[in-house]
Design a binder for this molecule. Structure first.
Ligand code: PEP
Ligand code: MN
Length: 267
């Protein structure tokens, strides 16, 4: 169902101001985790002013260690809803179990399936049936072919608003947290009509590498970006080392806009 042979025209996913696909680049930005109302609402305002068209923020967090911050759960979803009221930005937030789909779908505009859950097939189906657009992140050890097959589980529920996300894979290289595979963006576009976005934050794991890799993703034809931004990255409860400050995000957007304009695409 995801194949270009089945549907030659590109799928465009639209949610309010967020448009991804067919020359439209949608930028999702915000904190890794929702930590407080002040942190989330101030970030929402800043990323909107810089040109982001959706707000990200994790309320249910899939942490490597069970001793790390697990997210504010439904309280976090309520804060996201408040930030949406304040800014008009649609909300992108992760759902980590099938049982949580109803509560997350009650607040979210786009359901995020995290890299660790790319092949959690019951979760993919439940998220698909919720009827909201689904952002499907590539597993760190999944091939692009497996990402496309995972997307089929969502598409087969009748939900055709699926966004694929390259967020880096695990390799022997350790100077970056993951290895961001931008060739995969081009490869996917040659096979699927679905929009493909890039996460340079998890893909590199270092805020200093994010601006250039975001711009490179736009140059590779990405239909969108998902970028972690925090008012005070050094105090973040998760992923502070890869989160941009408001100023760094604004500069990243300026750089990406130049690349997009040079290629006749809108950002
Ligand atoms: C996230 O977006 O904060 C996240 C946990 O991403 P991933 O699933 O790609 O690791
Ligand atoms: Mn994160």
């Amino acid at each position: 169902v995801a194949s270009l042979e089945v549907k030659p025209e590109r799928t465009v996913v639209r949610v309010g101001p967020f448009i991804a696909g067919n020359l439209h680049i949608g930028v999702i930005a915000g904190p890794c985790s929702v930590e407080s109302e002040e942190q989330t609402v101030s970030t929402a305002r800043a990323v909107k002013a810089a040109g982001a068209t959706a707000l990200r923020g994790g309320a249910f967090k899939p942490r490597t260690s069970p001793y790390s911050f697990q997210g504010l759960k439904e309280d976090g979803l309520k804060i996201l809803a408040l930030a949406r009221e304040e800014t008009g930005l649609p909300i992108v937030t992760e759902v980590i179990t099938p049982a949580d789909v109803p509560v997350v779908a009650q607040y979210a505009d786009i359901l995020q399936i995290g890299a660790r859950n790319m092949q959690n097939y019951r979760l993919l189906e439940e998220a698909g049936y919720a009827g909201k657009p689904v952002l499907l992140k590539r597993g760190p050890a999944a091939t692009a072919e497996e990402l496309l097959l995972a997307a089929e589980y969502i598409l087969n529920t009748g939900n055709h608003n699926v966004i694929l996300c390259e967020r880096g894979i695990r390799t022997f290289e350790s100077h970056t947290r993951y290895t961001l595979s931008l060739a995969t963006v081009v490869w996917l576009h040659q096979r699927t009509h679905l929009p493909v976005i890039v996460d340079p934050s998890h893909g590199t794991g270092h805020s200093a590498l994010v601006p250039q890799m975001a711009a490179a993703a736009v140059a590779a034809g990405a239909d969108g970006l998902i970028i972690e931004v925090h008012p005070r990255p050094e105090t973040a409860l998760s992923d502070g080392f890869q989160s941009l400050t408001f100023e760094q995000f604004e500069a990243t957007m300026e750089l990406c806009r130049k690349v997009a304009e040079a290629l006749g695409r809108s950002l």
